[in-house]
Design a protein around this ligand. Structure first.
Ligand SMILES: [Zn+2]
Ligand SMILES: [Zn+2]
Length: 346
């Protein structure tokens, strides 16, 4: 089978490798769609622990496909079934795992992160993922939409912490695909106004094309805008969907009384210490949250949002590439051109 193997920083090679063998408790998936994510770009640019010349890895954690083979002990799945696959699996025994948070397990593994993922014609779904319910049959959702459900589920995990109520003013800093997914969920939850801030005018224009009710603000005018638009009150919810320390510090200044903040985007390791005015938290009684990855339950929930027409994700796809052109897709994603780039398989 064809696969894209990462050998180290900026060294990805398309190679013909053996189709993975599965045991009696595993599933072999024929990949149909695999989306490129910011995490892939970081791993591609910087390399990743455990990946080197003698230990290459197939990336791709946002994936869907058709079941090609089912181990004989596996129940509930059959050949030919179209499925989405949640990439994170846990040990199954720790407190996080038994509470349903297998994505927060100390020994968590993920397809396309620390085991081979979806930028290949076939991928092996390990027993832990099969047993933990990560493989979800598609019902009224295309395989392309299903690949985008993974980032949507992570966004939903952050969304759940913000308690967005009807009539809230919600500010999203960062107009990439993640920011747009946050904007869509906020609107779905009844936000009166969804404001999106970014440095790139081009990306903000794309936001307006996707939903003309989104209010877009470029760069530094944000403070003035928020002050005017809310009559000095501030925003109820702010989500930072960008790796910028200054966005986190600024968010606190833009909040209304009782505001909720989610630091969705992580910061680069060398810039993770941010000076913030904690009196703003104190006097405005702010709630600051963080979130990472998504549980299988959240993954299933958002798949339901798509199948029931509550939210669209297909309009975020701006580029489709074959596996042999994957470097092109990575270049597009790393230069922040377009929104979601996906690898599609015949
Ligand atoms: Zn991702
Ligand atoms: Zn665990």
């Amino acid at each position: 089978m064809l696969a894209a193997l990462l050998y180290g920083s900026r060294d990805m090679r398309i190679e013909d490798v053996a189709i993975p063998e599965i045991d009696d408790n595993e599933i072999l998936l024929k990949v149909k769609s695999a989306a490129v994510c910011g995490t892939d770009i970081r791993m591609f640019n910087n390399g990743y622990k455990g990946i080197d010349e003698s230990n290459p890895r197939i990336l791709g954690h946002e994936l869907s496909g058709i079941i090609a083979k089912v181990g004989k002990n596996v129940k509930g799945y059959k050949e030919g079934m179209e499925v989405a696959v949640a990439p994170n699996m846990g040990c199954g025994l720790c407190d996080q795992c038994v509470s349903g948070n297998t994505h927060l397990c100390h020994n968590y593994r993920a397809l396309g992160i620390n085991i081979d993922g979806g930028f290949a014609e076939y991928v092996k779904i390990p027993e832990a993922a099969v047993r933990q319910g990560n493989v979800v049959e598609l019902d009224g959702v295309s395989t392309e939409e299903a690949a985008l459900n993974e980032p949507l589920s992570c966004v939903y995990s952050g969304f759940e912490k913000c308690n967005i109520r009807p009539g809230d003013v919600v500010l999203i800093i960062g107009a990439g695909p993640i920011g747009l997914m946050h904007a869509k969920l906020a609107k779905m939850a009844g936000a009166a106004k969804v404001v999106i801030n970014d440095l790139s005018k081009e990306r903000l224009e794309m936001c307006c094309q996707i939903d003309s009710t989104f209010v877009t603000i470029t760069g530094g005018h944000l403070k003035d805008y928020v002050y005017e638009a809310t009559k000095g009150r501030g925003v109820d919810v702010c989500i930072t969907a960008c790796p910028a320390p200054q966005a986190q510090a600024m968010a606190l200044e833009l909040m209304a009384m009782g505001g909720r903040i989610n630091f969705f985007g992580g910061l680069p390791k060398d810039r993770e210490n941010v000076v913030i005015n904690t009196n703003l938290i104190h006097y405005k009684q702010l709630i600051i949250t963080g979130s990472t990855r998504a549980s299988v339950s959240q993954f299933r929930k958002t798949l339901g949002f798509i199948s029931n027409g509550l939210i669209r994700v297909d309009d975020l796809i701006t580029g489709r590439y074959s596996l042999t052109n994957i470097t092109e897709a990575f270049e597009m994603a790393s230069s922040a051109r377009g929104l979601k780039n996906i690898i599609v398989f015949k």
